[in-house]
Design a protein around this ligand. Structure first.
Ligand code: JHZ
Ligand code: ZN
Length: 407
């Protein structure tokens, strides 16, 4: 166990969870690419000072957010409905002025901005991954193919003027240098503007033992307390925190310039809840790490038993999470011959490190296995509804959070 230096405040980060060496979560190499696969130590801990939970090491952004980045945010009906509702709310609250302007960091395939573009409101997505950016452009969305930082923020302001709001979903926690990010936000926002972002919530990760939310992209996992500290260090104020039921537990934060917006009571409520949960304490993460070791033992034990009984087991979903679980648990094709995923850009590829092939969902429905490990557990409802026939024919789902169980 080693310590690191906090990326937010320079404090000491104590390593409290170590998941071994791992490849990039969204690597999904083609079969001929595996010889070039790289791995890095995946361990994390909490800053003694600002309490930000973060990785000790990081992989350069350019290696992760490449042209063919495989995650398409529109891949779930639940997600599409959520981001459309977000956009409608922004149109009614922050974007009501005659020349309103919104910037979205990491706009992916345009799942949120599509609704803004349809409403004819000025917008700009900032998305370095070309394939998903092109999907968004095909939907009539304006996209700048760059990483967001203080330089791009200045260029955007020079060309388009200040933004009434900046939004980000499932990408702000990916940014290694959040201080530079907030400088960019400061450059870009109008005096009354807001920065709204929603990211996986540390409280939910810990409560559910969701260790598979830890991978190279998630350089940070936010809590209300760490975001409040980060905002204040950068001269902003945290004015709201709203839970969102995606990715097994997400929190939406609203940050504004000091004293420009009323602070919602939810901020103090979540801070109290986090204190109660002892979320900032190293001991809490150490307990989580122990639960995670037990999950590894139980899951490999169960899969080994099922193999000994001659049962067929496959995986369902190839989220980035599958990389963490299979590599941490040492699960390869001998236990799970393939996983299925509805995202065309992942099909025909392999899970990084464990090299389990990703096939299209037809491979599952055409010949139902006895058991399926639900790697996309956060989409359980949507997937189980779609795959009812599997259950009706006697198939069973294996889940591994918060513990290993069969349903
Ligand atoms: P899903 C994402 O992580 C992306 P991931 C990102 N890395 C991030 O930061 C976090 O969110 C927070 C498939 N699927 O949403 C589609 C089906 O096959 O859990 C996806 O590949 N059939 C930026 O990758 C995967 O499952 C279905 O019916 O962990 C789910 O990935 C549905 C609904 C999904 O995100
Ligand atoms: Zn810190």
């Amino acid at each position: 166990m080693s310590n690191g230096i906090c990326r937010i405040c320079g404090g000491t980060v104590k390593e409290t969870v170590n998941l071994g060496r791992q490849p990039s979560g969204n690597g999904f190499p083609l079969p001929h690419e595996i010889e070039h696969e790289r791995s890095f130590p995946l361990s994390a801990g909490t800053c003694d000072s600002c309490t930000m939970f973060q990785l000790l090491d990081d992989v350069p952004s350019e290696a992760k957010y490449r042209d063919e980045y495989p995650y398409h945010a529109s891949g779930s009906a639940v997600h599409r409905a959520h981001f459309e509702a977000n956009a409608r709310r922004f149109l009614e609250t922050e974007l009501t002025g005659p020349d309103a302007f919104i910037v979205e960091i990491g706009s992916n395939d345009g799942v949120m901005l599509a609704t803004i573009a349809q409403a004819g409101v000025r917008h700009l997505g900032v998305e370095p991954c070309r394939e998903v950016a092109d999907v968004a452009r095909g939907r009539g969305i304006q996209v700048l193919g760059e990483f967001f930082n203080e330089n791009t923020a200045a260029a955007i302001r020079a060309e388009h003027g200040p933004a009434n709001m900046v939004f980000g979903a499932n990408c702000i926690a990916h940014i290694v240098d959040l201080r530079r990010l907030l400088q960019g936000i400061d450059t870009l926002l109008t005096p009354d503007g807001v920065f709204i972002f929603e990211e996986p919530y540390l409280g939910s990760v810990i409560a559910q033992n969701a260790f598979d939310m830890i991978y190279d992209e998630h350089v940070h996992i936010f809590s209300v307390r760490s975001i409040k500290a980060m905002a204040e260090l950068a001269g902003f104020e945290l004015v709201n925190a709203e839970p969102v039921p995606l990715h097994g537990g997400t929190m939406r934060y609203t940050i504004a310039r000091p004293s420009r917006r009323a602070v919602a009571p939810a901020v103090a409520e979540f801070l109290a809840q986090e204190r109660e949960q002892r979320l900032a304490e190293h001991g809490t993460i150490e307990k989580f790490a122990a639960a995670v070791r037990k999950i590894r033992e139980d899951l490999t034990g169960l899969l080994g038993d099922l193999r000994a009984q001659g049962k067929r087991v496959v995986g369902y979903g190839a989220p980035a999470k599958v990389t963490t679980v299979t590599n941490y648990c040492g699960i390869g094709t001998e236990l799970i011959p393939f996983v299925v995923d509805s995202t065309p850009s992942k099909q025909g590829r392999l899970v990084a490190g464990s090299h389990i092939p990703v096939l299209e969902p037809g491979a599952f429905s055409a010949d139902h296995p006895d058991y399926a490990v639900l790697f996309a557990w956060n989409h359980a409802e949507e997937i189980m509804a779609k795959e009812q026939a599997f259950r009706e024919r006697g198939g069973r789902w294996i889940l591994y959070v918060p513990d290993v169980h069969i349903v």
